[in-house]
Design a binder for this molecule. Structure first.
Ligand code: HMG
Ligand code: MG
Length: 311
């Protein structure tokens, strides 16, 4: 296999991971989570959303979160911006990157952002223009690229079409998102190959939710065709509020374990991420969804029980 030497991981736990939590997660916890992730070595962290608080109440404290985190030079702190109001919030918060998020399925676009795909692109135009003018990096995210909870099958041509539109808006990076985790490796390779004919392979990313347990396989399949940016969520936190039944993103710990095992560098300290996964799982009162996280925590606990205690 011809695999890359380095893979960029975009940690999306603080945004995608927490946005679906029913009970409000205290701002302090969000800030601590992001600071721990920064310490662990991530170069890109999706930190907040500047969306309507009526639609996603959990993300309402984005400005506070962004004001209080300790930023490390060299790490990009990204935020979601569906419209100009979001962009204004992102600029005020000094976000390093803004994310416009559309869909390859009309039905999902309506449910998630209350407009058609064409309307969303028109809404993104001034956002993209303002981001460019202010020198803020622009990322485009395409939901339902491997299937839609409302529409079912999504043709590859629909994904390619949105990639072309996001490219025309000047996106620096484009995410191919499997919102409900239904993709399988062959289909993922078909989509990645098709979109890479329209947009530079090294600026395309895979954003895989792990609902059907396919995410790691889909990452490996994507690596095989040349993708080298992946999104992941610490402890596998998450789900989309507008995709019922969708579970979290693939767990960051599991992705790191696989990549490091393949000899691929990420610059991220796996053990630190495992400790962070333990912290956030306990803080939100959820089981840790990372297999690697659970395995290493159990191994460390067993080792500390076996160790002789000092008087
Ligand atoms: P709308 O209701 O059509 O918009 O929602 P509107 O312009 O009529 O505004 C309605 C109200 O929201 C107004 O307040 C606005 O001021 C306010 P009111 O006058 O009623 O008091 N508002 C805002 N407030 C703060 N920040 C803003 C903002 N915009 C409007 N930016 C809208 C349209 C896009 C705003 C709404 O549908 C929305 O916020 N949707 C966000 C949904 C969302 O965040 N989904 C989850 C993230 S996407 C995701 O998880 C997928 C991804 O992970 C990839 C994948 O896995 O597929 C990225
Ligand atoms: Mg997502």
């Amino acid at each position: 296999m011809n695999l890359p030497n380095y893979v960029k991981i975009v940690e999306v736990g603080p945004r995608d991971g927490l946005q679906n939590e029913k009970a409000m997660v205290p701002t302090d916890v969000k800030v601590s989570l992001i600071n721990q992730l920064t310490e662990a070595g991530f170069v890109n962290i999706e930190a907040a959303s500047f969306v309507s608080p009526k639609w996603v109440p959990q993300m309402a404290d984005g400005a506070d979160v962004m004001a209080r985190i300790q930023r490390r030079p060299g790490t990009l702190y990204s935020v979601l911006t569906p419209n100009m109001k979001g962009l204004e919030g992102a600029v005020a918060a000094a976000a390093d990157e803004v994310v416009i998020f559309g869909a390859a399925s009309e039905a999902f676009s309506q449910k998630n952002i209350n407009c058609s795909i064409a309307e969303s692109i028109a809404r993104f135009e001034p956002v993209a223009e303002a981001a460019k003018e202010k020198g803020i990096r622009l990322r485009g995210s395409i939901s339902c690229a491997l299937g839609c909870p409302y529409q079912g099958e999504v043709p590859v041509s629909a994904v390619v079409d949105v990639v072309r539109r996001m490219r025309a808006l000047g996106c620096d990076e484009i995410d191919i998102a499997d919102t409900i985790g239904v993709g399988t490796p062959g289909k993922v390779q078909d989509v990645m190959r098709a979109v890479s004919a329209e947009f530079a392979m090294d600026r395309l990313s895979g954003h895989f939710h792990d609902t059907y347990g396919q995410a790691l396989s889909n990452i490996l399949a994507s690596l095989e065709v040349g993708i080298s940016i992946f999104h992941a969520s610490v402890a596998g936190l998450g789900g989309c509020p507008y995709a019922k039944g969708a579970t979290g993103n693939v767990a960051t710990e599991d992705v790191l374990y696989m990549l490091h095992g393949l000899g691929i560098h990420t610059g991220i300290d796996l053990e630190a991420v495992v400790r962070t996964g333990d912290y956030i799982s306990q803080a939100v009162g959820r089981a840790n969804s990372s297999r690697v996280g659970r395995a290493l925590l159990a191994k460390w606990a067993a080792a500390s029980e076996a160790a002789p205690t000092c008087a």
